[in-house]
Write a protein that binds this ligand. Structure first.
Ligand code: DX5
Ligand code: ZN
Length: 214
C-alpha cells in the first residue's frame, strides 16, 4: 500500500500540534520535514529544535529532507531525531561516506535527486540507500507544479532496484495532488510527499484518505 508523508513546510506552525494529531488519526505513514539553509536552495525553513519538538509530540516516523550545502557536516545532529534522513546528491558531500554514516547512526539512509540529475548517476549508490527521493519540483518551495520528467526517473529506478535485488523505497516530492499521485504510483513510487495539497485543504483527513484510496 502506498505510504503518505505529509510535508509541514506550508503548515501553520502555531497549530501544527493539532494538525499532526489529525494526520496521525487519518493514517499517514510518516511526516516529511524540509530543512533549508538558504544556500543549497533559495529559502530558509527550520532546523533541529523544531524537529525535536515534533519528535516529542508524535510517534510517526520523521522523514527529514535536508536541502543544505555539504550536508555531511550536520548528519550527526539531524540523526538524533530523524527516522529517515535524506540529503541531496548534488550538495557537495562525499555521498557514499555520508550514506554510510547515516546507517552507522542507526537511521534509514536516503539520497535525493533534483530535476537536473539523471537516475543512472545514483545506481551505484543504491546498495547504501534505504530510500531514494526523486524531486518532482525544483527544491526550495511548496505549492509548485509537478514535473512529469520525474515519472520516467521513478520507473528507471524501480527497474534498477529490482535488477540489483535490493529493498529501497522510492519517494517522490513536489506537486503531488489527486491528479499526479496516481501517475507517480503507476511509475513506481512507494512514498508520496504532499505538502500544499494536504495543508491547504479545509478537510485534511479527507485529502489523506483520497490519496490513500488511489
Ligand atoms: C520542496 C520540498 C517539498 C515541499 C512539497 O522543496 O522538498 O517537500 O514541501 O510541497 P508540495 O507538496 O506543496 O509541492
Ligand atoms: Zn521535501
Amino acid at each position: 500500500m502506498i505510504k503518505i508523508s505529509p510535508s509541514v513546510l506550508t503548515a501553520d506552525f502555531l497549530t501544527l500540534a493539532k494538525d499532526i494529531e489529525k494526520l496521525e488519526a487519518a493514517g499517514v505513514d510518516m511526516l516529511h520535514l524540509d530543512v533549508m539553509d538558504g544556500e543549497f536552495v533559495p529559502n530558509i525553513s527550520f532546523g533541529n529544535p523544531i524537529i525535536k519538538s515534533i519528535k516529542e509530540h508524535t510517534k510517526l516516523p520523521l522523514d527529514v529532507h535536508l536541502m543544505i550545502d555539504r550536508p555531511h557536516r550536520y548528519i550527526d545532529e539531524f540523526a538524533k531525531y530523524a527516522d529517515y534522513l535524506s540529503f541531496h546528491y548534488e550538495a557537495g558531500s562525499d555521498n557514499e561516506v555520508t550514506l554510510k554514516r547515516i546507517r552507522d547512526l542507526g537511521v534509514k539512509s536516503a539520497i535525493v535527486i533534483k530535476p537536473c540529475t539523471q537516475p543512472e548517476e545514483i545506481f551505484g549508490l543504491l546498495p547504501l540507500c534505504d530510500m531514494v527521493l526523486v524531486m518532482s519540483v525544483e527544491p526550495g518551495f511548496g505549492g509548485q507544479k509537478f514535473m512529469p520528467s520525474a515519472l520516467d526517473k521513478l520507473s528507471k529506478l524501480q527497474v534498477e532496484i529490482k535488477r540489483q535485488n535490493l529493498k529501497v523505497l522510492l519517494e517522490v516530492d513536489g506537486g503531488i495532488n489527486a491528479e499526479t499521485a496516481p501517475l507517480a504510483v503507476k511509475a513506481g513510487a512507494d512514498v508520496l510527499v504532499a505538502g500544499n495539497y494536504i495543508f491547504s485543504a479545509d478537510d485534511m483527513v479527507k485529502r489523506v484518505s483520497e490519496i490513500k484510496s488511489l
